[in-house]
Design a protein around this ligand. Sequence first.
Ligand code: AMP
Ligand code: ZN
Length: 114
Amino acid sequence: MEECIFCKIVKGEIPSEKVYENDSVYAFKDISPEAPVHVLIIPKKHIKSINEITREDSEILLEVFLAASKIAEMNGIKEDGYRLVSNCGDRAGQTVKHLHFHFLGGRDLKWPPG
Ligand code: AMP
Ligand code: ZN
């Protein structure tokens, strides 16, 4: 996936502000934050969206959720509350076609989202 910007971020070819990393996931600050804490958690493997996830990816997905919990702890908002959301497809507003989870926290979050 030569042209994928998130694959390039994982490879260090595009700079990012790393928040957390392990063998299968990478987390970095969103360039256009919508909350005081806005981190993108992505699998290092190129998966286009939720629709392309297979059972083989289950370990990676677990790592995404464990990373979210760690990031909440690192930011002191684990008990406070936060949101993890993945936009899938054009109608949901997915602009980058590499699976990613928005970690949002540090303020009151409205429900439902727009
Ligand atoms: P989505 O609209 O759900 O596909 O989310 C894509 C997110 O990626 C947006 O919130 C963008 O602000 C963010 N984004 C795009 N390019 C970069 C980048 N180079 N570094 C950090 N975040 C980015
Ligand atoms: Zn990619």
